[in-house]
Design a protein around this ligand. Structure first.
Ligand code: GDP
Ligand code: MG
Length: 598
């Protein structure tokens, strides 16, 4: 394949600005997919993606295109996800490209992920082609949006393409511009093989399928290859390209994008970001890899049926094969039994994982409320990480507690600035900056504790701005905070499952909330039961469950002994589902109500 005739590009955009629809039009126009086989959002292959209308996994596809100059080109398009949780997927796909089509909704204008993704592309040195999409909408304001692109993204918009992916306007022009403006890939076919693994997926039949971009050399079936971050070599079984289904080819040369299989069984071996080279003549150095992503939001997954734990483990393993950003380890909970502590890149990521587990693997599970990891500076000078309240040492041993912070960038109409600022303040936000992008639109930045953010920040923001705000965030690392661990004591005994970490100013309020909730959930016992919230030894909230005996026989007059026995047996069964804490029985529902994400 002649390098000069290859173009590798991505489409980047804020969510819903029309990437996937545009990708469909490109596939159609280049006859990559026959019209009769065309479905909407062709590249969104996960069932969940189709339903939610969002792209989660990146998908590469190869198109043949005869340009106006009469030359046949090969265009490799890599569609990317737009949601902030998946920005690691975006940077991976960008590393395999020389250019990017930046799609901006002509009615909505520049949003948070427009900027975030454009910056990622600029950082990678990609050529950007700005496209105003949805130009068919009566509310489209091309001039205003072009000004926003110039001012915020900082790229020239004189050549901006006006398009409507829906009506097929501007598609030919986009293809021509990709050919003209995106540089062909560099690379030496005679040099030792260097191919970047930019993604890998697990297939039940073929094992791991590595998605690669060849940079130098040639990748052929039957060859022995080496993963540079690992020991040992593997024989390449199949090499191919995406059209968009997998289609076998002889070889992949420099600049080409495709896949290969080599009989490996775990994604851990085919690490995304690793370089593949040939065994007989290994390259001197690997290609620059990727920043390894670290999960930041954690929660527990427990099977609803307790004997499904093994099934859940297998499902998690498989899911991890397709999504290396997921982390999990076994844990046990007083209330829920055996399960797994799982780590994710964000709430949407967690939500998607949960849903994929139940849909694709048929495991029904309970997810505990998400939390973050804390860093604790101990008085003896060491630093430890705490994943859950029970990891916290005694208060006297703690020098300082640090929590993860994010820098949140909000894009919103000017009229909603007040409510947005109020929300950020309530969430312990530290004001950063406020800029007018145009007289009507504002960019606001705040530093927020991640714990406050994952609570329900996004939903609240949407509601106070009536859906008009978009946001992006980056991690800032750990910062000291006045945090406390609040213990919940039932009948004087601390119950681990109910303790929580919060800011000291919020301790009373939240402690009170939990105590009241438990008071309603725990049935009255034969004796009075105090419920307390305490920080260390200091009790901050106290409430009581009054003593009473529930007389199940009360309604049972007359002497029907079998009926009485039945009722007593029923009561016994009810007790089995209770957990005994000291002398108090706590029903399973109390734990669930406390832990489950509502
Ligand atoms: P993505 O999230 O960027 O992949 O966006 P999608 O391609 O899924 O499109 C989001 C929504 O915008 C869908 O309902 C599309 O039908 C719609 N849409 C996409 N392009 C256009 C367009 O050019 N004009 C109009 N009116 N709607 C469009
Ligand atoms: Mg999409």
């Amino acid at each position: 394949m002649d390098r000069e005739r290859i173009r590798n590009f991505s489409i980047i955009a804020h969510v819903d600005h029309g990437k996937s629809t545009l990708a469909d039009r490109l596939l159609e126009t280049t006859s990559t997919v026959e019209l009769r086989n065309m479905k909407n959002q062709m590249l969104d292959s996960l069932e969940l993606e189709r339903e939610r209308g969002i792209t989660i996994k990146l998908v590469p596809v190869r198109m043949d295109y005869r340009a106006e100059d009469g030359v046949d080109y090969v265009l490799n398009l890599i569609d990317t996800p737009g949601h902030v949780d998946f920005s690691y997927e975006v940077s991976r796909s960008l590393a395999a490209c020389e250019g990017a089509v930046l799609v901006v909704d002509a009615a909505q204008g520049v949003e948070a992920q427009t900027v975030a993704n454009a910056y990622l592309a600029v950082d990678q040195g990609l050529e950007l082609i700005p496209v105003l999409n949805k130009i068919d909408l009566p509310s489209a304001q091309p001039e205003r949006v072009c000004r926003e692109i110039e001012e915020i993204v900082g790229i020239d918009t004189t050549d901006t393409i006006h398009a409507s992916a829906k009506e097929g306007v501007g598609i030919a022009e986009i293809l021509e511009r990709v050919v003209r403006d995106v540089p062909p890939p560099l690379g030496d076919p005679d040099a030792p093989l260097q191919a970047l693994i930019f993604d890998s997926v697990y297939d039940n039949y073929r094992g791991v399928i590595c998605y690669v971009r060849v940079v130098n050399g040639v990748l052929k079936a039957g060859e022995q290859v080496l993963f540079m971050a690992l020991e040992g070599d593997h024989e390449v079984e199949e090499v191919g390209v995406f059209r968009p289904g997998m289609s076998r080819v002889e070889a992949l040369g420099p600049g080409e994008v495709g896949y290969f299989t080599c009989g490996i069984k775990t994604i851990a071996e085919a690490r995304v970001g690793d370089t593949v080279t040939e065994s007989v003549r290994p390259a001197a150095a690997p290609l620059p890899g990727y920043r390894k992503v670290k999960p930041v939001v954690f929660c527990g997954f427990y099977p609803i049926e307790r004997d499904e734990i093994q099934q859940l483990r297998e499902a998690l393993e498989k899911l991890q094969l397709n999504d290396s950003a997921i982390f999990f380890e076994p844990e046990t909970s007083a209330a829920l039994g055996f399960g797994f502590r799982c780590g994710f890149l964000g709430l949407l990521h967690m939500d998607i994982a949960k849903e994929r587990l139940s849909r694709e693997f048929g495991v029904d599970l309970v997810a505990t409320a998400p939390n973050v990891v804390y860093q604790i500076q101990l008085t003896d000078g060491t630093v430890m990480e705490a994943h859950r309240p029970s990891d916290f040492p005694e208060a006297t041993k703690i020098e300082e507690i640090r929590e993860p912070f994010i820098r949140c960038t909000l894009f919103l109409p000017e009229g909603f600035v007040g409510p947005a600022i109020q929300l950020c303040q309530e969430r312990r936000g530290v004001y950063g900056s406020l800029e007018y992008m145009s007289p009507e639109r504002v960019r606001l930045t705040y530093d927020l504790p991640l714990a406050e953010f994952i609570l329900d920040f996004h939903d609240r923001l949407k509601s106070v701005t009536r859906g008009y705000a978009s946001l992006d965030y980056e991690h800032l690392g750990f910062r000291p905070s006045q945090l406390v661990k609040v213990d919940i004591l039932i009948n004087e005994e601390p119950v681990d499952a109910f303790s929580f970490i919060c800011h000291q100013d919020a301790a009373y309020h939240r402690g009170h909330g939990v105590a009241t909730k438990l008071k309603d959930l725990i049935p009255r016992q034969l004796f009075e039961v105090p419920i307390q919230a305490a920080i260390g030894k200091r009790v901050i909230v106290r409430t009581n469950i009054k003593a009473v005996r529930k007389d199940v026989l009360a309604k049972c007059y007359g002497g029907d002994i079998t009926r009485k026995r039945k009722l007593l047996e029923k009561q016994k069964e009810g007790k089995k589902k209770m957990k005994q804490i000291g002398r108090v029985s706590i029903p399973q529902e109390a734990f669930l109500a406390f832990m489950e994400v509502s």
